[in-house]
Design a binder for this molecule. Structure first.
Ligand SMILES: *Cc1c(COP(=O)(O)O)cnc(C)c1O
Length: 415
């Protein structure tokens, strides 16, 4: 009879939701839980965070576009003309003229055959990668690629392997090995971040593109942190290296960083785009952008095309800030971009540095294990075009003062 064993089961069965609290409590004990700060107002050079006025040094809003009057006006106007929402997914009834115009404008900006806009960059990677490679194929990733690439790769039925970070000769080794595999792979897809978000270094995309061409592999670059930053007028990493689209077939990016809004995108040949929107499940099965988002993204492209000064100022500020931190004796790693890590070693020091900077009116978050190696804890700063020289000097003085206080750099503590 079942009754006895049921009673036994019931008496020993655990609360099915207990793990929620247990796992959360464990994160809190290990200090790995996210303590969310609250931004009260726009993402601007000076903003209010948790009720305190601070200088923003950790936003991805590189060019200050998220609060640019042209973007805001375009968003408001689109709400007036098209409403608050799109009403559907794109393949059914949610494909607005604004979405089509945005893709046309983006393709022109990227000098690509065609572009496709996804809801987010995460949706682009997780929706497209598993379609590009499947059973019998191989995906080769840089070991430090973004989590959305990792998840997209996991959703694929392809075999996966990694090469050493930004190391073209290790990629060559992996490709040579793949060539000898038996049975041979049908397709090989190489995927890399363009700019790596934790260190600010740039992928050797020129060498990767060459290797891809030599081995008949497709090359996919995620340029989330390169757009609005690298290349002519902020056109991104493909422009930066002046590469042909025959060698970098998939250029993926996002409107959520330098473009200042939200949305993922892919650019390449029209064959790629026709394939992508017919196959990507994230694109087919998830609602399209509200009109305000599409219109603000169009306005962001307008601003990039008509106001080149934002990208110029971003680089002037980046050079000034990096040099000052280096002169003070900080370890700013191997960054070649406006992402400037201040590497301090252990996570406790990184957290203390961030907290003390916040007291001084500087907002920069610590990045610790497991996002970076245990002994490479850091504050990650992201430079911004909208900062004035006075703002930069304020930030530099703050780093100097707290850096000495915590003995990260030498020298007497200044007042
Ligand atoms: C931010 C980021 C993404 C995700 O983009 P969203 O549009 O914010 O979803 C993807 N890849 C990289 C490298 C990123 O830095």
């Amino acid at each position: 009879m079942y009754t006895g064993s049921c009673m036994y089961l019931a008496s020993t069965m655990r609360n099915p939701t207990l793990f929620l609290k247990e796992e959360y409590d464990q994160l809190v004990r290990q200090e790995l839980d996210w303590k969310l700060r609250i931004l009260q107002g726009p993402s601007a050079p000076w903003c209010i965070v948790d009720g305190k006025k601070v200088l923003m040094l950790c936003s991805n809003n590189y060019l200050g576009l998220s609060n640019h009057p042209k973007l805001k006006e375009a968003a408001v106007e689109a709400i007036r003309t098209h409403g608050a929402g799109s009403g559907s997914v794109r393949p059914i009834a949610g494909n607005m003229d604004l979405h089509m115009e945005l893709e046309k404008r983006l393709a022109k900006f990227k000098e690509a055959g065609a572009s496709l806009v996804y809801q987010t960059g995460f949706a682009a990677n997780s929706g497209l990668i598993p379609q590009l490679a499947g059973k019998g194929d191989l995906i080769i990733s840089d070991e430090l690629n973004h989590g959305s690439i990792i998840d997209g790769t996991r959703l694929s039925h392809a075999e996966r392997t990694v090469y050493k970070h930004a190391d073209a000769s290790d990629l060559r080794r992996v490709l040579d090995e793949a060539e000898k595999a038996s049975p041979s792979y049908n397709k090989i897809l190489i995927i890399t971040d363009g700019v790596f978000s934790m260190d600010g270094d740039i992928a050797p995309l020129d060498e990767i593109a060459e290797l891809g061409a030599e081995h008949g592999a497709m090359v996919y670059v995620d340029d989330a942190h390169g757009e609005g930053v690298l290349g002519e007028g902020g056109r991104g990493i493909v422009s930066h290296f002046k590469l042909g689209r025959d060698k970098v077939q998939v250029e993926m990016g996002t409107f959520s960083k330098a473009f200042g809004v939200v949305g993922g995108h892919v650019s390449g040949s029209s064959d790629l785009i026709n394939f992508a929107y017919n196959k990507s499940r994230t694109w087919l099965l998830s609602g399209s952008h509200p009109p305000a988002v599409a219109a603000a993204c169009i306005a962001a492209i307008d601003v990039l095309e008509k106001e080149p000064e934002h990208v110029q100022r971003l680089w002037e500020n980046t050079r000034y800030f990096k040099k000052a931190l280096e002169d003070l004796g900080f370890n700013i790693g191997n960054s070649k971009t406006p992402i400037t890590p201040v590497i301090v070693g252990d996570s406790g020091t990184a957290k203390k540095l961030s907290a003390r900077l916040f007291d001084e009116g500087i907002f920069a978050l610590p990045i610790v294990f497991p996002m970076v190696a245990k002994d490479k804890a850091r504050i990650r700063t992201i430079m911004n075009a909208a900062l004035t020289k006075e703002d930069l000097d304020f930030a530099i003085r703050g780093f100097e003062k707290i850096g000495r206080e915590l003995q990260i750099i030498s020298g007497a503590v200044t007042a």
